[in-house]
Write a protein that binds this ligand. Sequence first.
Ligand SMILES: [Zn+2]
Length: 61
Amino acid sequence: MSVYQSPFERLREKFDDSELKCRHCGYRDDGSWNVSTTGDRVQYRFVCSSCEAVETREMRL
Ligand SMILES: [Zn+2]
């Protein structure tokens, strides 16, 4: 049996594997990306708990 994975789930997995590291201060966060979807876009967002810089990634499905 094959397991169907939506593009979103595959992206999600990819992001769960990538480390959350702030580009501004180098702080590594153990949390996870905040995911929001708008239409055909997925936006990943994370706020550094050290310097409060906001990291965002946007992807099109
Ligand atoms: Zn930071």
